[in-house]
Ligand binder design. Structure first.
Ligand SMILES: Cc1cc2nc3c(=O)[nH]c(=O)nc-3n(C[C@H](O)[C@H](O)[C@H](O)COP(=O)(O)OP(=O)(O)OC[C@H]3O[C@@H](n4cnc5c(N)ncnc54)[C@H](O)[C@@H]3O)c2cc1C
Length: 570
């Protein structure tokens, strides 16, 4: 059942597993563990239900979720290498977590990303070959909202019809589709067509796959917590309840099976007979650990927190991808800018979505992505070692957009969100105060590595070449917004430093590492190092960021984690 408050739990309830955070990974764990009727599972989620939240259902309305009650509304500390700006840092505060508020891009990264996970942890179970079954266990391939013919837009060999989260090709054509595909022919050396960017080899330009089914967002909550799953007598889900600490339950290791939480203004605790699984995400998981005395002993002492477990890597290695827009005015009025600018049209399209689950509201304006690898002889590699996981991995993403403002104000636009998907900057999550309800200090370290600035420059240059292709003649007009000023190398540098922001893909703050490593937070089986009874399953365990968006890897990691946990307690 789903309960609005902790006090609504049936009296005398006891639990084998307590999952902290009903987000992307948490929903997978809850759903899979409760398949075993002998396991009693409790999920504690800080946010409210996703049911009936229109902005979380209609793909086009995703921007409305930022700075809403469904967002933790974090703000970063001033980013010293990005003009000292503090930035909004959205995270899902709702059942389904960030999968309920994200932009629904479903990209797996490259096979070598997973092979690198296996290499650094010494566990071949994290390799692409062994993770592919878990990826397929997550994905349920479904037709696009408009039911258009999809032959040649994906490779069925890499997809599954039997998983959980609906994944589909774009559900509505964009006015730029033909020109993008033509560019893969005109400029095929730099921008070859890739029939399926989720094959393990993403390089090239291909059709975006999104976590959307029947024109609606498919989140961890809608796909893993179906009414049949929620009806299981051995699964209890408590909403609107924030876990404040994890606590020792004795033993030498120490054993950490108890969680502290708030009910109204009162603190209470609940203990798991078998395990606590932390799935609070890359910001809140380290925040919870630090508040619980699990982190760098000396740093915690300065805050007056007694050390329970000295794990200096907690909250370190925060890795996120960095983005700028490259935007031009478009010689067209068939861009998605029309929808945002025209209230009548907006209402009409929303009405169409409500009645038919079709139309432009079924996706968000990006129908294709270009994944670009900087050549081995690029001058950038004279200074920096290649941070990518392998030669089949991009350094840069161009999210090709049929308008959407792209930060340039009012008008009709075309362009790309240019992201460095293999950033070298690292940040941290540290305690601000010892009050668990205060935000932690989130420092992305944005642009602190010059690699990221140089790679963004290379990405912008690549976007310029893309949109200078013959297919765009007469369509792409002058550069727009602040991007118009980026006319020299120095001015492009200034544009990047002033306008770069994060892609909201944080990972790495509770990294897994080899069992014998003297760094890292969890072992390859995701158990917290040096402790008993507590695992971490969420984006924070990824030691490196995959060269794409992060939800598909989180789903796959959680699917494997569920099997690891089940195997331990069979
Ligand atoms: C705005 C935005 C856009 C994005 N776009 C994309 C995209 O298009 N494609 C993509 O692949 N990825 C995208 N991402 C990233 C992706 O969604 C995340 O990487 C992924 O969902 C993270 O999963 P998680 O399980 O680690 O954390 P989350 O899904 O964030 O789950 C954490 C859960 O724990 C809960 N929680 C936290 N602290 C506590 C506590 N103390 N007590 C109780 N509950 C707690 C939270 O409320 C939340 O429900 C985006 C993210 C955001 C925010």
């Amino acid at each position: 059942a789903i309960h609005q408050s902790f006090n609504d739990l049936p009296p005398g309830s006891s639990f084998d597993f307590i999952v902290v955070g009903g987000g992307t990974a948490g929903c997978v764990i809850a759903s899979r563990l409760s398949e075993n009727p002998r396991f009693n599972v409790l999920v504690i989620e800080s946010g409210p239900s996703n049911e009936g939240v229109l902005d979380a259902q209609v793909p086009f309305l995703e921007p409305g979720l930022i700075l809403s009650p469904f967002d933790w509304n974090f703000t970063t500390v001033p980013q010293t290498s990005a003009n000292g700006k503090s930035m909004l840092y959205p995270r899902g505060h709702i059942l389904g977590g960030s999968s309920s508020i994200n932009a629904m891009f479903y990209t797996r990264g490259s096979s070598s990303d997973f092979d690198r996970f296996a290499r650094v942890t010494g566990d071949s179970g994290w390799s692409w070959g062994e993770m592919l079954p878990y990826i397929l266990k997550n994905e349920k391939w479904v037709p696009p909202a408009d039911n258009h013919p999809t032959a040649g837009q994906f490779n069925p060999a890499f997809h599954s019809l039997t998983g959980m989260t609906s994944v589909s090709l774009p559900g509505f054509p964009q006015g730029t589709d033909g020109r993008v595909i033509q560019t893969t022919k005109d400029l095929k050396d730099e921008f070859p067509f890739n029939v399926d960017m989720n094959s393990g080899n993403p390089l090239g330009v291909g059709w975006l796959q999104g976590s959307i089914g029947n024109g609606e967002r498919s989140s961890a909550a809608t796909s893993y917590l179906t009414s049949q799953v929620v009806a299981r007598p051995n699964l209890q889900i408590v909403l609107n309840t924030q876990v404040t600490r994890v606590l020792e339950t004795g033993g030498k290791s120490p054993s950490i099976r108890k969680v502290e939480l708030t009910t109204g203004s009162k603190l209470t605790t609940v203990t798991a007979a078998k395990e606590v699984i932390l799935s609070a995400g890359s910001i809140n998981t380290p925040h919870l650990l630090l508040n619980s005395g699990i982190g760098d002993k000396n740093e915690l002492a300065k805050k007056g927190i007694a050390s329970v477990l000295n794990l200096p890597s907690v909250g370190k290695n925060l890795t996120d991808q960095v983005l700028v827009s490259a935007t031009w005015f478009a010689n067209s009025n068939n861009t998605i800018d029309s929808i945002n600018a025209n209230k009548t049209l907006f209402t009409q399209l929303l009405d169409e979505w409500q009645k038919t689950r079709m139309g432009p509201m079924t996706n968000a304006g990006v129908n294709q992505i270009a994944w670009v690898r900087m050549p081995d002889n690029s001058p950038i590699f004279e200074t920096f070692a290649d941070p990518s996981s392998g030669s089949n991995s991009p350094h840069i993403e161009l999210a090709l957009s049929n308008g959407g403002g792209l930060g340039a104000g009012v008008g009709h636009f075309v362009g790309a969100g240019v992201a460095v998907v293999t950033p070298m900057s690292r940040g941290s999550v540290t305690l601000n105060t010892t009050n668990p309800f205060d935000q932690p200090l989130i420092d992305l370290g944005l642009l602190t590595s010059n690699f990221d600035i140089l790679a963004l420059k290379a990405g912008v240059a690549s976007a310029r070449r893309f949109f200078a292709g013959p297919a765009w003649k007469g369509y792409v007009l002058q550069p727009a917004g602040a991007f118009a000023n980026a006319t020299t190398d120095q001015l492009l540098h200034d544009y990047i430093v002033a306008n770069a922001f994060s892609t909201s893909h944080p990972v790495g703050t509770a990294s897994m590492s080899a069992k014998t490593a003297n760094f890292g937070v969890v072992n390859p089986d995701l158990k917290v190092k040096g402790a008993d009874g507590i695992r971490i399953v969420d984006a924070s365990v990824m030691p490196f960021i995959p060269c794409g968006h992060t939800q598909a890897p989180v789903y796959a990691i959680a699917e494997r984690a569920a099997d690891l946990i089940k195997a331990d307690w069979q």
